[in-house]
Design a protein around this ligand. Structure first.
Ligand code: ATP
Ligand code: FES
Length: 620
């Protein structure tokens, strides 16, 4: 099934991207742009075809490596010949088939095509109408034409004690004197330059610019090393790369802990051991290492858990800690099924020393929720319910927007209302007022809004559970999603092959999402309609779900209680009816601002303050 088509990104990546300059006209066919989910039959057919043609291939950690015969590089006759020599060793550029998505990636020509297209390209006689891609010679055009060798002043501005400019030049750094930044090149698995990463010396911010394929990594170390340390920022990269560590290559992830494109994975294939040594500066990234390790094949991944005695490399250098000793303490990302306290000791210490990050991402708009739930954590299941029309969608939209604005990549599955309407609600909540009479502002706000890591599933109306879960799994792998919202669960009921009553069906769907949240370490928020309820009663967990199972499975249960319908002075509030993490229960008042479609007290008081300032200005 084509899954990528079911997921629409609001944006592609948060960092700027440029197109490569290609010696030939860029040839972005439909086959290059589309992504497909893994199709086992197609994969087996492809391997069979490789055997028949005697084409070199090797099963790697995340990809199947194969001699590339995709483009016009080889003459037709050579493509069709089967020799005994070829199968044992590679004859030319290698291509990589991702074993999770089936994407066929060739770093030599910097292309990504579907396996369906690749399968046709590997036929001795391709089907009629098939068009082979032209070979591309890649030439990335830098956006920094005035680069020079690193000067002593630039080196000093980094503030790393004892570091000499010669060391920076030796690891491939360059200096841009006008913008005062350090520059590094990103290369793909074929060692071709496909992008660049810069460190602004003033505010220490970083930017990444890449070809459309996003396949580049910053790697330091010789090609024969089989171990590597992965860091999340350029400062840590500089510290480790200038230590002359003989055993490991040093790799800087292109987009820190925000995203790891599948196109980067071929560049990591040659490593038998990968050590994550990340700098956890922002809360959404806590446990990014375990998510990335799943993508890279956990078996080869080790982790340096951040504690005060084992901090990120640049902090370790400042504290004069022994970098090599810390590196030697890396332990496997996953524990065995049965483990001892001693094996968990460092995990526990790391969590205690980073408790605020472990607690999760804090809402900026809902301080009461932070007090009760402590924050939004990956791997949990939240169920939100409330009477019909009580504002479930409106609230969920604002609650997810708040998190997305802090970098939580979010996938929306809106089955009830169309994506355009949902996006319009999100945009209005983002702006704080409707734009219908301020159309001149639309472009500005839309550009700002597009930077948010928001994706939408394109399902609408009733859907069976299986394709929805498949689409989420695909998005989680390809876009590193950490929050999924399903609005609402009832749209998955009554059409599956489940036998039995309605509650049984509902329970099994909730159980499936519970399992998904745990397995893939994503937070799933399920919006549900309550069971039929008399209006004068308060909703309770049991009256909402019918069976106890739903409440058992959920980590958090949030209920919108609407007392306006039954009492004259009745108010609307959000009740935290279950909270597995900290156990605190309570309520959050929900005053509604119609202009901003907001329930946030902080948004509303900021608005009142602005209005007061405006009136006092006009009065004076
Ligand atoms: N407190 C409120 N006061 C007035 N209007 C509100 C309030 N909360 C939400 N609304 C409006 O009510 C409408 C319905 O809200 P929404 O779709 O979020 O409810 P829902 O609970 O998801 O509905 P459904 O039960 O149909 O799924 C929206 O137009 C929203 O702007
Ligand atoms: S060499 Fe692989 S597509 Fe050109």
């Amino acid at each position: 099934m084509r899954l990528a088509g079911l997921i629409k990104p609001l944006r592609l990546l948060r960092v700027n991207k440029t197109r490569c300059l290609l010696s030939e006209q860029h040839y972005a066919t439909k086959a290059e742009q589309e992504e497909y989910a893994f199709n086992t039959k197609e994969y087996l057919d492809f391997k069979k075809q490789l055997r028949q043609l005697n084409v070199y291939n090797r099963d790697g950690h995340t990809c199947l490596q194969v001699d590339c015969r995709l483009c016009e590089r080889l003459p037709a006759a050579a493509r069709a010949t089967a020799t005994t020599a070829t199968a044992s060793r590679s004859q030319g550029p290698l291509a990589y088939v991702n074993k999770r998505t089936g994407a066929f990636i060739c770093p030599n020509c910097d292309v990504k095509v579907s396996l369906t297209y690749a399968l046709e390209a590997y036929q001795t006689v391709p089907p009629s109408g098939f068009r082979r891609l032209p070979e591309k010679s890649l030439e990335y055009a830098t956006r920094f034409p005035n680069l020079i060798s690193v000067t002593a002043d630039a080196c000093e501005a980094l503030g790393l004690k004892g570091l000499k400019e010669a060391q920076l030049n030796a690891i491939g750094a360059q200096f841009e004197p006008e913008q005062k930044l350090l520059h590094f090149r990103l290369r793909n698995a074929s060692h071709k330059i496909v992008g660049e990463k810069v460190l602004h010396l003033g505010d220490r911010s970083e930017q990444t610019f890449q070809c459309s394929s996003s396949s580049g990594l910053l790697i330091h170390g010789s090609g024969n090393k089989t171990k590597a340390v992965l860091v999340s920022n350029l400062l840590d990269f500089i510290v480790l790369a200038t230590q002359n560590i003989e055993t490991h290559c040093i790799i800087c992830l292109p987009y820190a802990m925000q995203q790891l494109p599948q196109e980067c994975l071929p560049g990591l294939e040659r490593f038998k051991e990968l050590v994550f040594w990340l700098h956890y500066d922002a809360t959404p990234s806590w446990d990014a290492a375990s998510a990335f390790a799943q993508k890279m094949d956990e078996k080869r991944c080790l982790l340096i858990r951040p504690t005060e005695t084992e901090p990120a490399p640049h902090v370790a250098l400042k504290k004069r800690l022994n970098i090599r000793h810390i590196l030697a303490k890396a332990t496997p990302v996953r524990h065995k099924a049965i483990t001892t306290f001693n094996a968990l000791r460092n995990d526990i210490l790391s969590e205690l020393q980073n408790i605020e990050k472990v607690n999760g991402v804090k809402w900026k708009r809902f301080p009461v929720l932070n007090k009760l739930l402590k924050g939004h954590r990956k791997g949990e299941l939240t169920i939100l319910t409330g009477p019909t029309g009580s504002g479930k969608t409106t609230f969920t939209s604002e609650y997810s927007l708040d998190l997305a604005m802090q970098g939580v990549s979010t996938l929306w599955g809106s089955f009830e209302i169309r994506n355009t309407r949902l996006a319009a609600t999100l945009l209005r909540q983002f702006v704080g007022y409707p734009l219908d009479d301020k159309l001149q502002e639309f472009d500005h706000w839309a550009t700002e809004f597009e930077r948010l890591p928001l994706y939408f599933m394109t399902f609408h109306g009733q859907q069976p559970l299986k394709p929805v879960l498949e689409a989420i799994e695909h998005a989680q792998y390809v876009h590193d999603i950490s929050h999924v919202i399903i609005d609402n669960l009832q749209f998955m009921m009554g059409i599956s092959s489940y036998r039995g009553d309605k509650f049984w069906e509902q329970d099994s769907i909730i159980a499936a999402f519970r399992g998904f949240a745990t397995k893939h370490n994503v937070h799933v928020t399920l919006v549900m309609h309550p069971r039929k309820e008399r209006q004068e009663d308060e909703l309770t967990t049991s009256s909402v779900f019918g069976t106890a199972k739903a409440t058992q499975e959920a980590d958090n249960v949030l209920i919108i209680q609407d007392k306006r319908l039954t009492a004259v002075r009745g108010k609307k509030y959000l009740q935290v009816a279950k909270n597995r993490y900290s156990g605190d229960l309570g309520i959050m008042p929900m005053e509604f601002d119609k202009d901003a479609l907001s329930y946030s007290s902080s948004v509303q008081s900021a608005k009142r303050r602005r209005e007061r300032e405006k009136t006092s200005l006009t009065e004076s």
